[in-house]
Ligand binder design. Structure first.
Ligand code: NAD
Ligand code: USQ
Length: 389
């Protein structure tokens, strides 16, 4: 298949492009390098050094003999997006290219507006380009488990059968997101479902949980193929942060009360889920939703798993929660769609955690300690960055 990976320079987009290329697909990546720009804005860097795109592509050609084409541009530029899709003529488009940090979207008005504009407008441009170039193209879009929030009923895969006053219909599952970022994904889902219903597009919305890990079999083949590893309080995700905190001898920062529960998955499962979704497209006119997670854990449990597996003392610190989120709640998620397509999950095993400890240990000198503590508060939507506007 010809597969275009939007956001192909990111934490997940790059290893996904390599995995798809390794599996024999003709792959192109696209990115505007906004993520590298947020690093400059925040004054932090990926824990693991990453190479510029051209070096990455040359290294992949060297180790695999395969070529990945690259496009540089912003999805919010509708002409660029249309021309790129018309030029590459993909069978599937994997769309990772959004601002993805909840705390970044909650810094202040400017960051909230940027996040929603970037994500919603970019996604709309992709939908219009597919409709114009070839409505047969399958859109595989990264959504998030955080679209659902933590409702007091079972979470289905995207759709819910509702009976009301004696009548029944199949409706989009109600959403209760927890940040302006998570809200942008809800808006995307509605726009995609509309495009499927009105134009007959085919799309898969992958509501992904929190990803952990840094290595895939392909990125491990050469240091130049490494993907990023964010640990700071804005872009670092929880398990990745706890691993680096343990290695530094710092307490693991559980935001109170710690009972908040999230769906999670290994980065090696992310790339495989994307392959499965691409190779088994949604039907014409179908808005298909999969919940892309393999296990759920409370943050307390995540901290305990990291502490138990670390060879050395680890403290757990209960920090005042900078977010507004339910601390104790029901959480029961249906996630059978990808398993039915053949996913064989890597469950949170000691092996992976040990591998993450050794990666973190190798680069611990690069950590900016000041970036570890949370600074963005949901309640005030203001931060020290405001002064720099
Ligand atoms: P990332 O920030 O590392 O990668 C996103 C990439 O998209 C970056 O390289 C960025 O430069 C690019 N990009 C952003 N806006 C763009 C635009 N307008 N035009 C072109 N390129 C643009 O993020 P990630 O962790 O790889 O996440 C990828 C996707 O998966 C996101 O959509 C995110 O919401 C979703 N997701 C991530 C996680 C996770 O734990 N990392 C979990 C669930 C869902
Ligand atoms: N948390 C802590 N301590 C920390 C960091 C986080 O207790 O040091 C808690 C948070 O309060 C939250 C949970 O851990 O309850 C998850 O936080 P996170 O920063 O790991 O993840 P989140 O903000 O939800 O966002 C990440 C990705 C995002 C993706 C989402 C999937 O950045 O792109 O959409 O995971 S989900 O959580 O399913 O919505």
């Amino acid at each position: 298949m010809r597969i275009l990976v939007l956001g192909g320079d990111g934490y997940l987009g790059w290893p996904t492009a390599l995995h798809l290329s390794d599996c024999g697909h003709e792959v192109a990546v696209a990115d505007n390098f906004a993520r590298r720009g947020y690093d400059h804005e925040m004054g932090v860097e990926s824990l693991v050094p990453i190479e510029p795109m051209q070096v990455r592509l040359d290294a992949w050609r060297e180790v695999s003999g395969k070529t990945i084409k690259s496009y540089y541009g912003d999805l919010c530029d509708g002409e660029f997006t249309l021309d790129m899709i018309a030029d590459f003529r993909p069978d599937a488009i994997v769309h990772f290219a959004e601002q993805r940090a909840a705390p970044y979207s909650m810094i202040d008005r400017k960051h909230a507006v940027y996040t929603q504009q970037n994500n919603v407008v970019g996604n709309l441009n992709v939908l219009f380009a597919i409709q114009q170039v070839d409505p047969e193209i399958h859109l595989v879009k990264l959504g998030t488990m955080g679209e659902y929030g933590t409702p007091n009923i079972d979470i289905e895969e995207g759709w819910l059968e509702v009976t009301h006053n004696g009548r029944t219909d199949r409706m989009l599952y109600p959403k209760k997101p927890g940040s302006f970022y998570h809200l942008s994904k809800v808006h995307d889902s509605h726009n995609i479902e509309f495009a499927c219903r009105i134009w007959g597009l085919r799309a898969t919305d992958l509501n992904q949980g929190v990803v952990y890990g840094q290595e895939t079999p392909q990125t491990a083949r050469d240091q130049r193929l490494a993907t990023r590893f964010d640990y700071d309080a804005i872009f670092g995700t929880v398990l990745n942060r706890f691993v680096i905190q343990a290695v530094l001898g710092h307490p693991l920062t559980v935001y109170k009360p710690g009972g908040q529960t999230r769906g999670m998955l290994d980065i090696r499962d992310t790339v495989e889920c994307i392959r499965l979704a691409c190779e088994n497209p949604a039907d014409k006119g179908e808005f298909r939703v999969f919940n892309q997670m393999t296990e759920s854990y409370s943050i307390d449990q995540v901290a305990k798993i990291v502490a138990d597996n670390f060879d050395g003392g680890v403290e757990i610190e209960y920090v005042d929660n900078p977010r507004v989120e339910q601390g104790e709640h029901y959480y029961n998620v249906k996630h059978t769609g990808l398993i039915e397509l053949g996913l064989q999950p890597h469950l949170l095993s000691n092996t992976l955690i040990e591998n993450m400890f050794s990666i973190a240990d190798k680069y611990k000198e690069r950590v900016d300690l000041a970036a570890m503590r949370p600074t963005v508060n949901w309640r005030t939507a203001a931060s020290p960055l405001r002064a720099e506007e």
